[in-house]
Design a protein around this ligand. Structure first.
Ligand SMILES: *[C@@H]1O[C@H](CO)[C@@H](O)[C@H](O)[C@H]1NC(C)=O
Length: 766
């Protein structure tokens, strides 16, 4: 009030300055399975948030989230009410938690990220609380929290007294979730007890580009598995406390002026809580202790608990690189030194197990995968330098996305016209039904509004003997060009036994093509007609309901495709119905997961997951130069009722596994989906893998150590001419054999017991 003229002048400037396109474009998302009038896009300012740094905006922000009967307390999960909650630049003062409903993206202005600033008397568990404790239990089981994002924020707890407990963000989540471009500002006072990011449960997941300044702990995190990339920690007492995990991949950490880098000693030597950590391409500076570990060569319990694999860790003034239970295990230096490779746990090179602690001898990294001395990586583009006029709307171009109209022609025309005009295609939220193949030409940039769905339907995709792509990237294998694809889902409706959801053909030169937060989802959601009503599980009955054969393959990377960066992709055949309040399990068949048969190679799979496909989750054949980390799989819950011989007969031209021959002489549930199968390939670098088989005919009793991990006989297969396959922290669950080479068991689960999986810290094929 004291400077009204200045405020008015600033307001005048603001109205002429270009904002982030996401705020400026037409907002036309339609959620066809929500009530009429439901809004997908919400600008918090339209709900009364001021962002002036003074007004308490908590209620207004939560009103923007809850508008339209969203899924919050008491709601198990749903895909029917998706929302983008957009925050223009500004400082939003909040006194209580922001509670994102299920299927929410919180997105700040990428060109000028808004600040969420806690008031001094802030009350809540996280400025953003991703899964609220209304009771002593999380509102949502953390392993079922899918499809959500938070990006472009500054989260500031500096107004809260340093000695008062405060949490920047509470984020127990699962697959297809991401955090990107978030800065956590906390006090640096020595009395500080603040924590930036707190995760206690879940089955995630991916996050990238976070900065933590100050605080007692940058991140305090536990989850089954995670891929975390490009994280900066400045002046934290401890950068990372690893609460528990099965497997975890950190890439591109920069830890500066902290007391401890990573503390993974939870539970101690006799009760290790942290299964395994893979750390690569990272640096630590001016930090007295790099890693605190509880691992010991004798008495370590479980035997492989605290497994560690390091590559390319640059230290500068880190006197103790690794501190073990009885002191320094690996010295650092007062100056600069790089740990090329190091680890502890069990190794197979290629046979074992050998218990080791020390240097490992990794194969040379292929130059085509590198940027300088690190693996190439690129965060999801947000196009923050483009104006709204650089975007073409799918809906304005005539596609309806109403879950009903055949949008094949309209969507294809929108894709083509955006590409030829050099614009970005914005797929407004909707469910776009297509009845023949959609082709994405080179030059395309496509961005979805909170995961619109391209949904195949009809007879074109129904023939298992004549499979067809739903979405084809490049019209033929080896077509030249580049694409950038982000934030959408490819799916099928009903019986689609011949649907390959994504066929990837492009041969990109120079900067790699990219696919960020693009998922395939087969069954288990409104509009799929592969739900409880159609496909409820039938334990004990192995008869196949042909109406529940939902897909032929999730994604096929063809023989001449090359140079694709994939990040945070979840290829999911549904095990349960997301719309069902009881999360009732369903049996949906999809033949194959992700198949790479590119002879040219050069692919990055960063934070990907493939689940519940019949024959395999990941299969690589005749390929090379592949980065994978962390990969995660699950075997279908119904197998062996029926087993993997049904309903997809093996196709020799696709190098399908032929269980009727390969299972000769193998006891137990042998004809079960491979988690990872590699045939005739070289230079495959797996930085963390979690290959899980929890069920046998819907019973979990097979997946414990006491039951002998008998859900299936084998889960990882290397066949034929294999060289330079390196796997760090191979974690398997429910499989007697952890890894087979040419149908011979290499690693037995009981030789490598970890916290819940079995773990091999280092596998090298030779
Ligand atoms: C799979 O193996 C069986 C039994 O040996 C054989 O009859 C069949 O032709 C094989 N299928 C393929 C696709 O190779």
């Amino acid at each position: 009030m004291r400077f009204p003229t200045v405020a008015l002048a600033l307001a005048g400037i603001a109205s002429t300055v270009q904002g982030f396109w996401m705020g400026d474009i037409a907002h036309q998302g339609v959620a066809p399975y929500a009530a009429g009038g439901y809004k997908v896009f919400r600008n918090v300012k339209d709900y009364g948030a001021r962002g002036d740094g003074v007004t308490d905006d908590t209620a207004a922000i939560n009103a923007a989230i809850t508008d339209g009967n969203r899924c919050l307390q008491g709601c198990s999960s749903t895909t029917t009410t998706p929302a983008v909650v957009y925050f223009p630049a500004g400082t939003y003062s909040i006194s209580g938690s922001i509670l994102p409903a299920y299927y929410t993206q919180l997105i700040g202005d990428a060109s000028n990220p808004p600040t969420l600033k806690a008031t001094a008397n802030f009350a809540g568990f996280g400025l953003i609380d991703g899964d609220h404790y209304y009771t002593s239990s999380l509102n949502w089981g953390a392993v079922n929290v899918f499809f959500r994002q938070v990006r472009n924020f500054v989260i500031d707890t500096t107004a809260i007294a340093p000695g008062t407990a405060a949490t920047g963000m509470h984020w127990p989540t699962a697959q297809a979730t991401s955090l990107q471009n978030i800065k956590f500002n906390m006090p640096t006072d020595s009395s500080v007890v603040h924590v930036g990011l707190f995760i206690e449960e879940g089955s995630a997941g991916f996050l990238t580009d976070l900065t933590f300044n100050g605080g007692a702990t940058g991140m305090s995190v536990g989850n089954q598995q995670y891929t975390m990339r490009n994280l900066v920690f400045n002046n934290c007492k401890t950068a990372i406390i690893q609460l528990w995990n099965w497997g975890w991949t950190y890439s591109g950490l920069s830890i500066n002026n902290c007391g401890v880098g990573i503390d993974m000693s939870a539970g101690g030597t006799s009760g290790e809580q942290v299964g395994s950590v893979t750390l690569l391409d990272s640096s630590m500076t001016n930090t007295p202790v790099g890693i605190v570990s509880a691992w010991a060569s004798s008495g370590n319990t479980p035997a492989t608990g605290g497994s560690l694999a390091l590559e390319n860790l640059a230290l500068n003034n880190v006197p103790v690189a690794i501190k073990g239970p009885s002191g320094t295990v690996l010295s650092g230096s007062s100056g600069a030194v790089t740990i090329t490779s190091w680890g502890n746990g069990h190794r197979y090179t290629p046979n074992g197990p050998q218990t080791f602690q020390g240097t490992t001898n990794p194969y040379a990294r292929p130059a085509s995968l590198l940027n300088g001395n690190k693996y190439y990586a690129r965060s999801k583009p947000q196009y923050e330098t483009l104006a709204a006029s650089s975007f073409v709307s799918a809906r304005s171009s005539g596609a309806r996305g109403d879950g009903n109209t055949d949008d094949t022609t309209a969507l294809q025309n929108a894709i083509n016209s955006a590409a030829s005009a050099g614009k970005v295609l914005y797929i407004d939220y909707g469910v776009y039904v297509v009845t023949s193949t959609i082709t994405i030409p080179p030059g395309s940039k496509i961005v979805g509004e909170t995961y619109p769905i391209i949904l195949s339907s009809g007879s074109f995709f129904a023939d298992m003997n004549n499979p067809k792509p739903v979405v084809r990237v490049g019209s033929s294998s080896g077509q030249a060009g580049t694409v950038e694809l982000s934030d959408f889902i490819v799916s099928t409706r009903g019986a689609q036994a011949g649907a390959t959801l994504i066929e990837y053909n492009l041969a990109t030169s120079g900067t790699p093509s990219g696919m960020w937060d693009v998922h395939t989802r087969i069954g288990g959601f409104a509009g799929s007609n592969l739900q409880v009503a159609q496909c409820q599980k039938t334990p004990g009955n192995s008869a196949v309901n042909a109406n529940c054969i939902g897909a032929y393959m999730a994604m096929h990377i063809t023989a001449s495709a090359t140079n694709l960066y994939m990040e945070n992709n979840w290829f999911w055949t549904a095990d349960h119905d997301i719309e069902d309040s009881g999360l009732t399990q369903i049996t949906v068949y999809a033949g194959r997961g992700l198949y790479i048969e590119s002879t040219v190679g050069t692919f990055w799979l960063v934070g990907t997951s493939v689940e519940h496909h019949v024959l395999y989750q990941y299969q690589l054949a005749n390929t090379k130069n592949i980065f994978m980390g962390q990969i995660q799989t699950e075997t279908p819950y119904y197998q062996p009722s029926p087993n993997a011989l049904t309903p997809f007969p093996p196709v020799a031209s696709l190098n399908d596994p032929n269980f009727s021959t390969s299972c000769n002489g193998v006891s137990g549930n042998c004809a079960a989906a491979w988690g990872l199968r590699i045939i005739n390939s070289n230079n495959v670098f797996v930085y963390g893998a979690g290959l899980y088989s929890f069920f046998s005919d819907y019973s979990t009793s097979c997946s414990t150590f006491s039951a002998g991990q008998t859900c299936q006989s084998r889960i990882t297969s290397l066949e034929g001419t294999i060289s330079h396959v390196n796997i760090y922290n191979l974690n398997t669950i429910g499989s007697i054999s952890m890894l087979d080479r040419d149908n011979q068991r290499v690693a037995y689960y009981n030789d490598n017991v970890n916290v819940y999986p079995s773990c091999i810290a280092v596998y090298q094929s030779g």
